[in-house]
Design a protein around this ligand. Structure first.
Ligand SMILES: NC(=O)c1ccc[n+]([C@@H]2O[C@H](COP(=O)([O-])OP(=O)(O)OC[C@H]3O[C@@H](n4cnc5c(N)ncnc54)[C@H](OP(=O)(O)O)[C@@H]3O)[C@@H](O)[C@H]2O)c1
Length: 301
């Protein structure tokens, strides 16, 4: 199996280095480049603090023969732009796995790659790219894969090499439910921590806000077939807050570092779904507007 990583940032580099170290063939694809670039040395700092060196081949969007299972690990707002150069070129047998937070890219993918096996992944692995060639594994996590179309169902075989590489990976028959669960957790923790500009643990002091945001989402979640009570959603969010209390969320970091956030595909996606279903989410909308106002200081529309 040839694995091709599109988006060698924190998560992409973590997956690439772990897959290579477990004996898989891995290369990095940059669709901003037509052809192969110099191989990239990468220094992986593991959970136990040990450090190892990897070297990864780098290919461009015209090196089609070298693209294997395509693991897309860009930020969610980069996905369509990053995949666009491959539309009409990528062999139809090549599976595409989306591994990002937020939702709203699967529709575009299905439209533009209708014959490819399409899959989605949800991971709680933690990774930090401290510089261009230094990747730090910051937290052990679970990785779940599932099919987005019928052809994707044939690719459960991807799970075993990922599990060997990462320590955990499993197949989910309900991947969209897992994506929604992560979406809810992210929609509460990410914007609140970005607005407070604090580590996630600060939210233990704002449990009333968490409760209100969960309660407001309940009708929409019920319509999606997610039957948890508002209290159960709140519990789920609090468990993650507790587990990640000392971490800075990705949205807090994006705002602090003046980078575009994933808000349009997290809260923005929820607002869009609510509107389509005749529902209003005023508290989520207010948070969305606060993040967009912060973002507008450095991101032009
Ligand atoms: N980091 C974590 O611990 C973690 C955990 C779970 C889930 N996630 C999710 O995983 C996704 C990726 O997060 P991340 O932290 O890894 O982000 P990241 O470090 O910003 O990585 C994204 C990478 O994609 C690259 N990229 C963008 N367009 C590209 C293209 N056309 N061709 C090749 N590469 C391209 C970016 O390059 P440039 O920088 O040059 O644009 C960047 O290196 C996000 O949805 C995030 O929410 C992250």
């Amino acid at each position: 199996m040839q694995w091709t990583i599109l988006g060698a940032g924190a998560v992409g580099s973590l997956f690439a280095t772990h897959l290579q170290r477990s004996g898989q063939k891995v290369n990095l694809l940059d669709t901003r480049q037509p052809h192969r670039q110099q191989a990239k040395p990468m220094l992986l700092e593991q959970l136990d603090g040990s450090i190892c060196m990897c070297e990864l081949d780098c290919i461009g969007y015209q090196d089609l023969a070298q693209i294997g299972c395509l693991l897309v690990t860009t930020k969610v707002w980069q996905v369509t732009h990053a995949l666009q150069p491959l539309v009409g070129l990528l062999p139809e047998s090549c599976p595409i796995v989306l591994l990002h937070n937020g939702m709203g890219t699967a529709e575009w993918l299905t439209e533009h790659f209708p014959h490819n096996p399409l899959l989605a992944g949800v991971t709680s692995c933690g990774a930090l790219k401290t510089d261009a060639s230094h990747i730090k594994h910051t937290g052990f996590g679970e990785t779940w894969l599932g099919a987005l179309n019928a052809a994707g169902e044939q690719w459960q075989t991807l799970v075993s090499p990922l599990a060997d590489a990462l320590g955990h990976a499993a197949w989910s028959e309900h991947i969209q439910e897992r994506q929604w669960q992560k979406l809810v957790v992210n929609a509460v923790i990410n914007p609140l921590t970005a607005v407070y500009n604090q580590q996630s643990g600060i939210l233990l002091q704002h449990q009333d806000e968490i409760a209100a945001l969960c309660l407001e989402l309940r009708p929409l979640l019920l319509q999606q077939g997610l039957t948890n009570t508002a209290n159960e959603w709140q519990e789920l969010v609090l468990q993650v807050v507790d587990r990640t209390a000392k971490n800075y969320s990705s949205m807090q970091q994006d705002i602090a570092n003046r980078r575009r956030t994933e808000i349009d595909y997290i809260t923005g996606y929820l607002l869009q779904q609510a509107e389509q279903n005749g529902l209003e989410l005023p508290q989520h909308r207010a948070l969305y507007l606060k993040i967009k106002a912060l973002e507008s200081q450095f991101v032009t529309a």
